[in-house]
Design a protein around this ligand. Structure first.
Ligand SMILES: Nc1nc2c([nH]c(=O)n2[C@@H]2O[C@H](COP(=O)(O)OP(=O)(O)OP(=O)(O)O)[C@@H](O)[C@H]2O)c(=O)[nH]1
Ligand SMILES: [Mg+2]
Length: 312
């Protein structure tokens, strides 16, 4: 059966707050909070439907809408495809035109509202930035300098991938690094291959560790970290990540990289095909520079992940 096609807007104002509205009790998934939007009519593109629905429902005129995430979800009574856009440029003042209650909330506050089941990955995508920096220990002496540089550039999501550092040095580094990240409201994840007793914001699973985990309630994952991410290279790993409740993934290698020059890369077409098959925010990794961000997002990705791009 073909899914019901829906256009949905994550409308963000200049203060970074997001508009949510309460679905009328008598509607499908009624009484829950939603992002404004509605069904795509015949002969309409998703962008046209989004512009029409936001005007009809909340009086907002869309200037620019960028794809955020696409969700396919089976409710007991219907299959929906939510084509979600991030709308940061718009005109007009939000007004309830259909009598529904609406609110502007911070991305972190989204957690406190009850949304339809399909919306979980939308909320994650709305909270996540478009850049994911991977801090590696190729040059141990530069670790703290590199972290400072990444933070100075405004990156808010960082993975410490300290695979060769001895455990005592990892602990010592994290004791310095984590407060710096917190000061800048940056989220710090630890690669699962790194032994580190220090508490950070979450874990980034290697693809091997990902595949070894059975489920988010399984024995292997007794205490779920605040953020759980994973590295994936193919559809099997992506689907497993989704099934065990990972928050977001990186998919690699999208382009040829300096570190693995001969390795086969996915290319943007395959990246887009794979992203379309899962309901998770996906960062493109492998040969990324800032100039690839637009393509990554147009291909359905959350953004770009890189080791070097934020240091050059
Ligand atoms: N607008 C919107 N719809 C969502 C969200 N999450 C979600 O599962 N849906 C589902 O998407 C479908 C279409 O949404 P809708 O009811 O807004 O459609 P519409 O504005 O065209 O409504 P209408 O039928 O009253 O004209 C519904 O089945 C709804 O449950 C969301 O965050 N926003
Ligand atoms: Mg609607």
């Amino acid at each position: 059966m073909n899914p019901l096609q829906v256009a949905v807007g994550v409308v963000k104002n200049p203060e970074g707050k997001i508009l949510i509205s309460l679905r009328h009790a008598d509607l499908h998934q009624g009484g829950l909070w939603e992002f404004p939007g509605g069904k795509i009519e015949e002969f309409e593109t998703a962008e046209q439907a989004l512009a029409r629905e936001l005007k009809e429902e909340i009086n907002i005129t869309v200037t620019t809408a960028i794809p955020l995430i696409t969700i396919k979800h089976q409710y007991p009574d219907r299959l929906v495809q939510l084509n979600v856009f991030l709308v940061e440029q718009f005109s007009g003042e939000a007004k309830s035109l259909e009598g529904q209650l609406f609110k502007w909330v911070t991305p972190a506050e989204l957690e406190h509202y009850a949304f339809p089941a399909a919306n979980r990955p939308i909320i994650t995508a709305a909270r996540l930035p478009h850049h994911y920096a991977i801090l590696d220990d190729a040059d141990e002496a530069l670790l703290l300098t590199n972290l400072q540089e990444i933070l100075n550039r405004g990156v808010k999501l960082i993975q410490a991938r300290l695979k060769t550092l001895p455990p005592v040095s990892v602990t010592k580094f994290i004791e310095q690094a984590y407060p710096l990240c917190q000061q800048q409201q940056a989220v710090l994840l630890m690669n699962s291959a790194v032994e580190c007793p220090a508490e950070v914001d979450g874990v980034h699973l290697t693809s091997n560790h990902l595949m070894a985990l059975r489920s988010s309630s399984g024995q292997a994952l007794t205490k779920r970290p605040k953020w759980l991410a994973a590295s994936c290279h193919n559809l099997e790993q992506l689907l497993h990540a989704q099934n065990i409740g990972v928050d977001f993934v990186v998919l690699a290698p999208v382009l040829a990289t300096q570190t693995h020059p001969g390795a086969a890369s996915l290319g943007w077409e395959q990246f887009a095909d794979l992203v379309a098959k899962i309901n998770l925010p996906v960062y493109a990794l492998g040969g990324m520079t800032e100039s690839n961000l637009t393509t990554a997002r147009q291909s359905g990705g959350q953004g770009i992940a890189a080791i070097r791009a934020f240091l050059d």
